[in-house]
Design a protein around this ligand. Sequence first.
Ligand code: CUA
Length: 333
Amino acid sequence: MQGWIPIVPESASSFSWKVDALYFYLSGVTLFFTLLISGTLIFFVIRYRRRTPYEIPRPVAGSHKLETVWTVIPFVIAMTMFLWGATVYFEQYKPPQNAIEVYVVGKQWMWKLQHATGQREINELHVPVGRKVKLIMTSEDVIHDFFVPAFRTKADVVPGRYTTMWFEATKPGRYHLFCAEYCGMNHSGMTGTVVVLEPRDFDNWLSGNTGTMTPAAAGQQLYQTLGCASCHGANGEGGRGPALTGTFDSEITLTNGGKVKADEGYLRESIINPQAKLVAGFGPIMPTFQGQVTEDQLVQLLAYIKSLHTTGTTTTPAASPSPARAVASPSPR
Ligand code: CUA
């Protein structure tokens, strides 16, 4: 689990070397100026030391030229850090389109993960090498932080909202997963492992772990048992709530004329606090489901709504690992 430099963890994701390059650049600049400044300091101390007890130094007048130089050079260096850092940041925090999705729920003190194909894991995440993986994360209690040092990425896991992060593992292996936000007594024990497998091994792992319903199928079931369907038919049946098909990721017009994108956060809010952002044309009749659905169930309801495409058909079969594989073939290595 060690890289070629001691204390630097192994580099195992598509952008980890970019983070490293930036980090070494920052360290290099820091080291250069530390040596330059302390060297100059020591040189001046010796060169301009007091030689006789009553020596009066020559008065020094300012120099605009010198001040301009030592303002402009650090400005340019600071801007290279900013622009470089922003580039790396945007790549890391803009989730890709064609990614495998995994739902993550953090709680004191464990990680609960579920694949879109239904497989559940605790404190362990199996992913294929060379494929983009997107995590959709929330917390049951306090703020946690999902951190995989070998992938050089981390993101806060916050109660009451969804955060995302993504990575593409480049090397099969087992990598540490840490909670990187102090979350109570056993924070330091809130660890796990990300297991990166060759695509064929990953497919074997998926097919060896079926039997659990997909989140979307579980969500569909929940949608029936909670009675959502009586107002909110997938295609508008019921008539008292907006149709759900094609809702995800679409732009919704609200009663106050505003517009909002129906992302995970909006859908979640509309279940927990339905009055907050009413869809135009519908009255404030939906009761809140706060306290009636767990975070896991909310994730399932979301997965169900996401699975309702505009074609009017649902893609919610029982546990079957095929959708994850169908997206793209792994890139050659
Ligand atoms: Cu969870 Cu620290």
